[in-house]
Write a protein that binds this ligand. Structure first.
Ligand code: IPD
Ligand code: CA
Ligand code: CA
Ligand code: CA
Length: 265
Protein backbone atom coordinates (compact mmCIF):
# COMPACT_ATOMS: atom_id res chain seq x y z
CA UNK A 1 0.00 0.00 0.00
CA UNK A 2 1.27 3.44 -0.87
CA UNK A 3 1.64 5.87 2.00
CA UNK A 4 0.39 8.95 0.09
CA UNK A 5 1.09 11.38 2.94
CA UNK A 6 4.72 10.35 3.09
CA UNK A 7 4.97 10.37 -0.70
CA UNK A 8 3.57 13.92 -0.80
CA UNK A 9 6.15 15.02 1.81
CA UNK A 10 8.93 13.50 -0.28
CA UNK A 11 7.76 15.18 -3.49
CA UNK A 12 7.62 18.56 -1.73
CA UNK A 13 11.12 18.14 -0.35
CA UNK A 14 12.49 17.17 -3.77
CA UNK A 15 10.64 19.95 -5.60
CA UNK A 16 11.94 22.61 -3.21
CA UNK A 17 15.50 21.26 -3.42
CA UNK A 18 15.32 21.08 -7.23
CA UNK A 19 13.91 24.62 -7.30
CA UNK A 20 16.78 25.87 -5.14
CA UNK A 21 19.33 24.25 -7.46
CA UNK A 22 17.65 25.88 -10.46
CA UNK A 23 17.67 29.32 -8.77
CA UNK A 24 21.36 28.84 -7.92
CA UNK A 25 22.05 28.03 -11.58
CA UNK A 26 21.11 31.60 -12.53
CA UNK A 27 24.56 32.61 -11.24
CA UNK A 28 26.39 30.11 -13.43
CA UNK A 29 26.73 29.74 -17.16
CA UNK A 30 24.20 27.35 -18.68
CA UNK A 31 25.08 24.70 -21.18
CA UNK A 32 22.39 25.12 -23.86
CA UNK A 33 21.76 22.61 -26.64
CA UNK A 34 19.04 22.28 -29.26
CA UNK A 35 16.81 19.25 -29.87
CA UNK A 36 14.39 18.98 -32.84
CA UNK A 37 15.08 22.49 -34.20
CA UNK A 38 17.05 25.63 -33.28
CA UNK A 39 14.24 26.94 -31.03
CA UNK A 40 13.75 23.65 -29.17
CA UNK A 41 16.17 24.24 -26.31
CA UNK A 42 17.42 22.02 -23.53
CA UNK A 43 19.96 22.87 -20.84
CA UNK A 44 22.11 20.92 -18.43
CA UNK A 45 19.66 22.02 -15.71
CA UNK A 46 16.71 20.36 -17.47
CA UNK A 47 18.70 17.13 -17.54
CA UNK A 48 20.13 17.41 -14.04
CA UNK A 49 16.71 18.17 -12.57
CA UNK A 50 15.09 15.18 -14.23
CA UNK A 51 17.97 12.96 -13.08
CA UNK A 52 17.58 14.27 -9.53
CA UNK A 53 13.89 13.28 -9.47
CA UNK A 54 14.34 9.90 -11.15
CA UNK A 55 17.20 8.92 -8.82
CA UNK A 56 15.16 9.83 -5.74
CA UNK A 57 12.04 8.08 -7.01
CA UNK A 58 13.98 4.90 -7.87
CA UNK A 59 15.60 4.86 -4.42
CA UNK A 60 12.35 5.35 -2.51
CA UNK A 61 9.82 3.74 -4.86
CA UNK A 62 11.61 1.13 -6.99
CA UNK A 63 8.33 -0.36 -8.27
CA UNK A 64 6.92 2.95 -9.59
CA UNK A 65 7.23 3.80 -13.28
CA UNK A 66 8.54 7.17 -14.53
CA UNK A 67 7.92 9.11 -17.72
CA UNK A 68 10.17 12.16 -18.14
CA UNK A 69 10.72 14.56 -21.01
CA UNK A 70 14.50 14.24 -21.05
CA UNK A 71 14.51 10.46 -21.24
CA UNK A 72 15.80 9.41 -17.81
CA UNK A 73 12.53 7.60 -17.07
CA UNK A 74 11.32 4.16 -18.08
CA UNK A 75 10.03 2.67 -21.28
CA UNK A 76 6.42 1.55 -20.88
CA UNK A 77 3.18 1.62 -22.82
CA UNK A 78 0.46 1.46 -20.18
CA UNK A 79 -0.51 3.28 -17.03
CA UNK A 80 -0.37 0.54 -14.41
CA UNK A 81 0.61 0.78 -10.77
CA UNK A 82 1.95 4.20 -9.85
CA UNK A 83 3.33 6.40 -12.62
CA UNK A 84 5.23 9.68 -12.26
CA UNK A 85 5.00 11.99 -15.28
CA UNK A 86 7.70 14.66 -15.03
CA UNK A 87 8.64 17.81 -16.86
CA UNK A 88 11.78 18.99 -15.02
CA UNK A 89 11.61 22.48 -16.55
CA UNK A 90 8.50 23.42 -18.49
CA UNK A 91 9.19 26.60 -20.39
CA UNK A 92 12.88 26.05 -21.11
CA UNK A 93 12.94 28.93 -23.59
CA UNK A 94 11.73 31.25 -20.81
CA UNK A 95 14.22 29.75 -18.38
CA UNK A 96 17.06 30.51 -20.80
CA UNK A 97 15.91 33.93 -22.06
CA UNK A 98 13.92 35.37 -19.14
CA UNK A 99 14.84 33.47 -15.96
CA UNK A 100 11.10 33.41 -15.16
CA UNK A 101 7.82 31.94 -16.43
CA UNK A 102 8.90 28.33 -16.16
CA UNK A 103 7.87 25.54 -13.80
CA UNK A 104 8.58 22.05 -12.56
CA UNK A 105 5.58 19.83 -13.34
CA UNK A 106 4.89 16.43 -11.79
CA UNK A 107 1.70 14.38 -12.17
CA UNK A 108 1.32 11.16 -10.22
CA UNK A 109 -1.16 8.57 -11.48
CA UNK A 110 -2.48 5.43 -9.81
CA UNK A 111 -3.47 3.28 -12.76
CA UNK A 112 -5.13 5.77 -15.10
CA UNK A 113 -6.42 7.98 -12.27
CA UNK A 114 -4.57 11.23 -11.60
CA UNK A 115 -3.95 11.37 -7.83
CA UNK A 116 -1.45 14.16 -7.14
CA UNK A 117 -0.40 17.10 -9.31
CA UNK A 118 2.42 19.57 -8.59
CA UNK A 119 3.34 22.66 -10.60
CA UNK A 120 6.12 24.70 -9.01
CA UNK A 121 6.78 28.23 -10.21
CA UNK A 122 10.41 28.25 -9.14
CA UNK A 123 11.05 32.00 -9.33
CA UNK A 124 7.93 33.06 -7.43
CA UNK A 125 8.16 30.10 -5.02
CA UNK A 126 4.53 29.23 -5.78
CA UNK A 127 3.61 25.57 -5.49
CA UNK A 128 0.29 24.60 -7.05
CA UNK A 129 -0.83 21.26 -5.65
CA UNK A 130 -3.81 19.08 -6.50
CA UNK A 131 -4.92 16.11 -4.41
CA UNK A 132 -7.71 14.24 -6.12
CA UNK A 133 -10.95 14.52 -4.13
CA UNK A 134 -9.30 16.79 -1.54
CA UNK A 135 -8.85 20.07 -3.37
CA UNK A 136 -6.19 22.27 -4.92
CA UNK A 137 -3.82 24.62 -3.12
CA UNK A 138 -1.50 27.43 -4.11
CA UNK A 139 1.05 27.23 -1.31
CA UNK A 140 -1.22 27.25 1.78
CA UNK A 141 -4.25 28.83 0.13
CA UNK A 142 -7.09 26.54 -0.95
CA UNK A 143 -8.30 27.46 -4.42
CA UNK A 144 -12.05 27.85 -5.04
CA UNK A 145 -14.01 25.80 -7.58
CA UNK A 146 -14.06 27.31 -11.07
CA UNK A 147 -17.20 29.25 -11.98
CA UNK A 148 -18.56 29.87 -15.49
CA UNK A 149 -17.60 33.14 -17.20
CA UNK A 150 -18.95 34.63 -20.44
CA UNK A 151 -16.64 34.72 -23.48
CA UNK A 152 -16.55 38.52 -23.47
CA UNK A 153 -15.17 38.56 -19.90
CA UNK A 154 -12.63 35.79 -20.50
CA UNK A 155 -8.85 35.93 -20.67
CA UNK A 156 -7.70 33.11 -22.92
CA UNK A 157 -4.15 31.85 -23.32
CA UNK A 158 -3.06 30.84 -26.77
CA UNK A 159 -0.01 31.06 -28.96
CA UNK A 160 -0.16 33.94 -31.46
CA UNK A 161 1.22 31.60 -34.13
CA UNK A 162 -2.15 29.83 -34.29
CA UNK A 163 -3.86 32.88 -35.75
CA UNK A 164 -1.25 33.05 -38.52
CA UNK A 165 -1.09 30.60 -41.42
CA UNK A 166 0.05 27.29 -39.92
CA UNK A 167 -0.16 23.60 -40.63
CA UNK A 168 -2.32 22.54 -37.69
CA UNK A 169 -5.40 24.78 -37.64
CA UNK A 170 -7.17 27.09 -40.06
CA UNK A 171 -6.31 30.54 -38.71
CA UNK A 172 -9.84 31.79 -39.52
CA UNK A 173 -11.20 29.51 -36.76
CA UNK A 174 -9.38 31.23 -33.92
CA UNK A 175 -9.50 34.84 -35.15
CA UNK A 176 -13.17 35.42 -34.08
CA UNK A 177 -12.39 34.04 -30.62
CA UNK A 178 -9.43 36.39 -30.27
CA UNK A 179 -11.70 39.28 -31.28
CA UNK A 180 -14.53 38.38 -28.86
CA UNK A 181 -12.63 37.65 -25.63
CA UNK A 182 -11.53 40.32 -23.16
CA UNK A 183 -7.86 39.49 -23.69
CA UNK A 184 -5.37 36.89 -24.79
CA UNK A 185 -2.11 35.88 -23.16
CA UNK A 186 0.79 33.62 -24.02
CA UNK A 187 3.23 32.68 -21.25
CA UNK A 188 5.26 29.99 -23.03
CA UNK A 189 4.93 27.39 -20.29
CA UNK A 190 2.01 25.01 -20.67
CA UNK A 191 2.26 23.91 -17.04
CA UNK A 192 2.05 27.50 -15.81
CA UNK A 193 -0.82 28.26 -18.15
CA UNK A 194 -2.69 25.23 -16.73
CA UNK A 195 -1.91 26.33 -13.16
CA UNK A 196 -3.17 29.81 -14.06
CA UNK A 197 -6.48 28.38 -15.29
CA UNK A 198 -6.73 26.45 -12.00
CA UNK A 199 -6.08 29.60 -9.98
CA UNK A 200 -8.39 31.84 -12.05
CA UNK A 201 -5.64 34.03 -13.51
CA UNK A 202 -6.74 32.69 -16.89
CA UNK A 203 -10.18 31.43 -17.93
CA UNK A 204 -9.13 29.05 -20.72
CA UNK A 205 -6.02 27.81 -22.52
CA UNK A 206 -5.78 26.15 -25.89
CA UNK A 207 -2.78 24.73 -27.65
CA UNK A 208 -2.17 22.56 -30.69
CA UNK A 209 0.25 19.98 -29.39
CA UNK A 210 1.47 19.04 -25.94
CA UNK A 211 3.26 16.02 -24.55
CA UNK A 212 2.09 14.08 -21.47
CA UNK A 213 4.68 15.78 -19.21
CA UNK A 214 3.32 19.22 -20.20
CA UNK A 215 -0.25 18.53 -19.05
CA UNK A 216 -0.14 15.54 -16.62
CA UNK A 217 -0.21 17.66 -13.45
CA UNK A 218 -2.38 20.49 -14.78
CA UNK A 219 -5.10 18.09 -15.91
CA UNK A 220 -5.51 16.74 -12.37
CA UNK A 221 -5.61 20.30 -10.98
CA UNK A 222 -8.22 21.71 -13.34
CA UNK A 223 -10.50 18.67 -13.18
CA UNK A 224 -10.38 18.73 -9.38
CA UNK A 225 -11.73 22.31 -9.47
CA UNK A 226 -14.58 21.49 -11.86
CA UNK A 227 -12.85 22.80 -15.00
CA UNK A 228 -12.98 20.91 -18.28
CA UNK A 229 -9.93 19.27 -19.90
CA UNK A 230 -10.13 17.89 -23.45
CA UNK A 231 -8.37 18.04 -26.78
CA UNK A 232 -9.51 20.60 -29.38
CA UNK A 233 -12.24 18.21 -30.56
CA UNK A 234 -13.68 17.87 -27.08
CA UNK A 235 -12.29 14.36 -26.52
CA UNK A 236 -10.73 13.29 -23.20
CA UNK A 237 -6.92 13.30 -22.98
CA UNK A 238 -4.89 10.13 -22.64
CA UNK A 239 -2.11 10.97 -20.13
CA UNK A 240 0.38 8.91 -22.19
CA UNK A 241 -0.32 10.47 -25.62
CA UNK A 242 0.71 13.69 -27.31
CA UNK A 243 -2.34 15.74 -28.23
CA UNK A 244 -3.87 19.15 -28.64
CA UNK A 245 -5.14 20.50 -25.33
CA UNK A 246 -8.10 22.74 -24.54
CA UNK A 247 -8.93 23.55 -20.91
CA UNK A 248 -11.41 26.01 -19.53
CA UNK A 249 -13.91 26.99 -16.91
CA UNK A 250 -17.18 25.04 -17.02
CA UNK A 251 -19.63 26.62 -19.50
CA UNK A 252 -16.90 28.67 -21.17
CA UNK A 253 -15.24 25.49 -22.43
CA UNK A 254 -18.52 24.33 -24.01
CA UNK A 255 -19.24 27.74 -25.55
CA UNK A 256 -15.79 28.00 -27.13
CA UNK A 257 -16.07 24.43 -28.43
CA UNK A 258 -19.50 24.81 -30.02
CA UNK A 259 -19.53 28.49 -31.06
CA UNK A 260 -15.93 28.80 -32.25
CA UNK A 261 -13.91 25.59 -32.66
CA UNK A 262 -16.80 23.53 -34.09
CA UNK A 263 -18.73 26.41 -35.62
CA UNK A 264 -18.71 24.91 -39.10
CA UNK A 265 -18.82 21.24 -38.16
C1 IPD B 1 7.08 23.62 -23.94
C2 IPD B 1 6.22 24.66 -23.26
C3 IPD B 1 5.49 25.51 -24.27
C4 IPD B 1 4.65 24.66 -25.20
C5 IPD B 1 5.53 23.63 -25.89
C6 IPD B 1 6.25 22.78 -24.85
P1 IPD B 1 9.29 22.72 -22.67
O1 IPD B 1 7.69 22.78 -22.98
O2 IPD B 1 5.27 24.07 -22.41
O3 IPD B 1 4.63 26.41 -23.62
O4 IPD B 1 4.04 25.48 -26.16
O5 IPD B 1 4.73 22.81 -26.72
O6 IPD B 1 7.08 21.85 -25.51
O7 IPD B 1 9.96 22.10 -23.86
O8 IPD B 1 9.74 24.10 -22.41
O9 IPD B 1 9.33 21.83 -21.49
CA1 CA C 1 11.56 20.70 -24.09
CA1 CA D 1 7.16 21.02 -21.36
CA1 CA E 1 10.72 20.58 -20.33
Amino acid sequence: MTNWTELDQNVRTWIHEAGERIRQSFKTELNIKTKSNRNDLVTDMDEATERYFTENIRTHYPDHQILGEEGYGDDFKELSGITWIIDPIDGTMNFVHQQRNFAISIGIYDGDEGELGYIYDVVHDELYFANKGKGVYMNDVKLPKLDPVPVEDAIVALNALWVTKNKRIDSSILAPLVQDVRGTRSYGSAAMELAYVASGRLDAYLTMRLAPWDFAAGKIMIEELGGVVTDLDGNPLNPLNKSSVFVGKPGLHETILTDYLHRNK
